[in-house]
Design a protein around this ligand. Structure first.
Ligand SMILES: *[C@@H]1O[C@H](CO)[C@@H](O)[C@H](O)[C@H]1NC(C)=O
Length: 210
């Protein structure tokens, strides 16, 4: 029969390298620089996720700093939302003929199986709103790469209240509609969970040892 101390020491010796591996140098360099937990690395660019209408007339997150070259996947929730690009000065109406537009995503419950993905091609602020009914007037708006000073999302929302009616382009443009992506961060989430499990196990073992 092994003594508990030897058993515990052996277990720790086996588990610690694995724990260190989990918390050592990240294997996803680009996503490690992003403050957003939903970012997933794919090569040198990352995909960021924004939820549209999850639990209310909201974009979550509604403010996102995204490096040029990265993509943003919009995931849709009930009931029937859209994403449209406007200028800061004219909330709730398309910024022009080439304004980004997702189209409408009617959803009965849960998350829509299809999403809309755009690529960030420059550092200019991208102001977005939902063109459904009076959602924009009720504050359903977001900004990508907000200016460092002056124009704020809350000022945008305040101005939106006074806009008579929302509008959107005739058909989707500026992005790609397709199946919701499987986040490659799922793997790192699993790794993280495994790392925590290992730590807890090590602590339990240590408790019996000391
Ligand atoms: C979703 O909203 C758009 C715009 O209001 C409307 O044209 C469309 O019929 C709606 N779709 C459903 C399934 O309700």
């Amino acid at each position: 029969m092994l003594s508990p101390t030897i058993l515990a020491t052996t277990l720790l010796a086996l588990l610690l390298p694995f724990t260190n591996a989990q918390y050592g140098a990240p294997d996803t360099p680009s996503s490690s620089t992003s403050p957003f937990p939903t970012s997933a690395s794919s090569g040198s660019s990352s995909t960021h996720t924004i939820e549209v209408g999850n639990g209310g007339l909201t974009f979550s997150p509604d403010t996102l700093n995204v490096p040029v070259g990265d993509t943003i996947e919009f995931r849709f929730y009930p009931m029937n939302h859209s994403v449209v690009q406007s200028t800061f000065d004219s909330p709730c109406v398309p910024s022009g003929d080439s304004a980004l537009f997702s189209g409408f995503f009617p959803v009965q419950s849960g998350m829509a199986g299809t999403s809309w993905t755009i690529k960030v091609t420059d550092t200019k602020a991208i102001w977005l709103y939902c063109s459904q009914g009076s959602h924009c007037q009720m504050g359903m708006a977001a900004v990508i790469n907000p200016p460092s000073s002056g124009k704020t999302l809350s000022a945008y929302k305040q101005a939106a209240v006074n806009i008579g009616a929302s509008a959107n382009p005739a058909s989707p443009q500026g992005g790609v509609i397709g199946p919701v992506k499987t986040q490659s961060s799922d793997a790192s989430t699993r790794n993280e969970a495994m790392g925590k499990y290992v730590l807890v196990m090590a602590m339990v073992v240590a408790m019996f040892t000391l």
